[in-house]
Design a protein around this ligand. Structure first.
Ligand code: FMN
Length: 230
């Protein structure tokens, strides 16, 4: 593509030697392998500015037609965190005592979770990711967004990775239905609550479930062209 084409600019791209690529991949893998969902937080405050940079990083995610269909609401006010905890626990009591079927409860048992969510008050910050089902144009008209679930899912993945990378613990939390978050945080009708992410430092005696991750051979399949096998 010609560099002078209007609306375009040259790509900024850094090319690495193969050994450097391998080292970078392994370095990132080693770091990311240590990410765990944390359900016991300390109340220690967060360093200034880190959340903003992580949210900026989330905002670099690709999105359908570049609509960037996301809002990340940061909650650190104790009264608001308490209100979110109370509403979340109400939904979770209904979930654990009937809305989740026996198979679901059985799958959750190894995680040791229940309807109590003290971390929603203890963690110094909650980030609530809202998905834009549509957007509002300059004249108040409704504008379409595309692949919004995929887009915000990727952005939240970036966010979780960024928070972990800079030394913070997170939980990916879904106390569903989550309409209470729209109400408590005063979000507009087009924004749908997607994830509730407590962020902070883990409690000193924090424990996590002893889970195994699927090995490469069971998540990666090397595709062969169709046709008879040799
Ligand atoms: C979409 C999604 C929703 C989740 N919702 C909850 C939740 O509501 N409560 C919770 O304790 N963990 C929740 N988790 C965390 C998972 O239980 C956790 O990722 C899984 O057990 C693997 O553990 P790890 O994150 O430590 O690798 C959720 C994870 C995802 C991706």
């Amino acid at each position: 593509m010609e560099p002078e084409q209007p609306g375009f600019r040259p790509l900024e791209f850094e090319r690495y030697a193969p050994d450097v690529m391998q080292r970078r991949a392994q370095h990132l893998l080693t770091d990311v392998q240590r990410r765990r969902s944390v359900r016991e937080f300390s109340a220690e405050p967060l360093p200034q500015g880190v959340l903003d940079d992580c949210i900026r990083l989330a905002g670099t995610a690709p999105s359908g037609a570049h609509k960037q269909p996301w809002t990340f609401v940061v909650v650190s006010d104790p009264a608001l965190k308490r209100a979110i905890r109370e509403a979340a626990e109400e939904e979770e009591r209904a979930n654990y005592s009937g809305r989740m079927n026996p198979a679901w409860l059985k799958d959750l048992a190894p995680l040791g979770t229940d309807a109590h969510k003290p971390f929603l008050e203890v963690a110094p910050a909650l980030i609530v990711a809202f998905r834009h089902a549509w957007q509002v144009g300059p004249n108040g008209q409704r504008e379409q967004c595309y692949y919004t679930q995929e887009s915000i899912g990727i952005a939240c993945g970036f966010l979780l990775l960024a928070l972990h990378h800079c030394g913070l613990a997170t939980l990916t939390h879904t106390p569903s239905p989550m309409a209470f978050l729209s109400k408590l945080l005063g979000r507009p009708e087009n924004e749908k609550p997607f994830l509730l992410i407590p962020v902070g430092f883990p409690a000193g005696d924090c424990q996590v479930p002893n889970l195994e991750r699927k090995p490469l051979d069971s998540i990666r399949f090397l595709a062969n062209p169709p046709g008879p096998k040799p």
